[in-house]
Design a protein around this ligand. Structure first.
Ligand SMILES: [Zn+2]
Length: 426
């Protein structure tokens, strides 16, 4: 589609130069939001350090922190002075008031639904898991599942649903987080689905949704290895292959807000058929269903609809471990295609770190030494080392934590920067 230029020229012909950044875009957060986020990230921090870190006057920090304390978002905490044990007044530091708000985070997947409850400082209050039968669900079925899971995790925490301020939900597939719409997902039969609005109406709580791979990246950014990194990638291998990319400490979402579909980048012209309907996608060589397809052919297992894919893959893995050459070759081949995908990520984005996550990371053949060697061969040779690869097989609870981080962002931005939330949803 061709874009029409719609800018009108001012009368004197002066157009200006430099990027046209809308006010309160995500790089220009209001100062009180910056102060709050700094306190939340630090855990505990003295006022004077807030002023130093943000490069603002101690007087404005005092004014803003008083407002935030008044609003019940942060609190003063007596912290022991370093090196002066027992002497003088204790130093006063600022911390997030953990009990101010509580949120829920959920991950919906083909295999199970997971939920966590966390407080305003991100501490875990309770978690729960409900297994499910694979296959797409209707909107009503998924709303029933969301509500049942939320009620269970609330009961576990001894809290009524009304004690929560927001819910974050992660689903696999193409998700427009800002709009709250699922354009396509393997867990939903209908499309597009305004899931955030529908779940919000059902639960009576504000709901924010996102692609599940983005939420793993968000979990790493908030709670894990990505806290101190400005640019890193998380590649998830489960039922599909997903990717979340953090650019300048933010989830990169793209112009159409659908993020990065690493699983559907092509690694073979006219290659294997992918469930997206196209051919040669990375996912068609690496994801669960690709391995299962190969396994049922190569190991002469009849295709049984009733056979859960997990059982098939476990069996394939056991065969490989026991020395079955065909089973091994299936994982090796998937690993080589994964190497192509990861090398492309390095060549395109130059991340500081790549984290591999998801249930399939249990299958260590996928990231065997030879896979990483293959990746080195496919990465452009700059004379500098390629980024480290870390394996985080932390499971769905971490993903649900990412959804909770999304909900915490929604609550704090709603309070501190309601206008900015319109522009940058996250
Ligand atoms: Zn595809």
């Amino acid at each position: 589609m061709l874009r029409k230029k719609i800018r009108s020229e001012p009368a004197d012909g002066r157009k200006g130069v430099g990027p046209l950044i809308p006010p309160l875009a995500e790089t220009q957060r209001p100062l009180r939001q910056q102060v709050f986020e700094l306190v939340r990230a630090a855990g505990l921090i003295p006022r004077v350090q807030v002023a130093k870190d943000l490069g603002v006057s101690p007087a404005s920090v005092t004014t803003i922190t008083s407002e935030l304390i008044e609003a019940g978002l942060i609190e003063e905490v007596a912290a022991p002075r370093e090196g002066e044990a027992g002497r003088g007044r204790p130093a006063v530091a600022l911390g997030v008031r953990a009990g101010a708000y509580r949120v829920a985070g959920m991950k919906l997947s083909d295999r199970e639904h997971t939920a966590v409850l966390v407080d305003f400082a991100g501490n875990l209050i309770a978690d729960d898991v409900i297994p499910r039968r694979p296959g797409p669900m209707s909107l009503t079925e998924i709303l029933d599942a969301i509500e049942a899971l939320l009620d269970r995790v609330c009961a576990k925490a001894g809290l009524p649903r009304e004690a929560l301020s927001a819910v974050g939900i992660g689903v696999p597939g193409f998700v427009d987080s800002a709009e709250g719409t699922v354009l396509w997902s393997s867990v939903l039969a209908d499309r597009p689905v305004p899931l955030a609005a529908a779940a919000g109406a059902r639960l009576g709580l504000p709901v924010t949704i996102d692609n599940d791979a983005n939420l793993v990246a968000l979990a790493e950014l908030w709670f894990g290895a990505g806290r101190g990194l400005s640019d890193f990638a998380v590649v998830t291998i489960e039922h599909g292959v997903g990717m979340g990319f953090v650019m300048n400490h933010r989830i990169y979402r793209g112009a159409q807000r659908l993020g990065l579909e690493l699983g559907h980048t092509k690694v073979q012209l006219d290659g294997a058929l992918c469930r997206c309907g196209q051919r040669g996608c990375l996912e068609a060589y690496v994801a669960d269903y690709a391995l299962a397809r190969e396994a049922s052919t190569a190991l002469n297992w009849g295709h049984k609809e009733s056979q859960p894919i997990n059982v098939l893959l476990e069996s394939l893995y056991d065969h490989a471990k026991a020395g079955n050459a065909t089973a091994k070759s299936i994982f090796r081949r998937a690993g080589r295609y994964l190497a192509v995908g990861l090398a492309n990520v390095v060549n395109l984005f130059d991340p500081a770190l790549i984290i591999l996550s998801g249930e399939r990371m249990r299958y260590d053949y996928l990231y065997a030494a030879e896979t990483l060697d293959e990746m080195d061969n496919l990465t452009i040779n700059t004379g500098r080392p390629r980024p480290p690869i870390e394996i985080h097989a932390w499971g769905d609870l971490l993903w649900a934590h990412g959804a909770a981080a999304l909900a915490l962002s929604a609550v704090s931005e709603g309070l501190l920067a309601p206008q900015a939330r319109e522009i940058a949803a996250q």
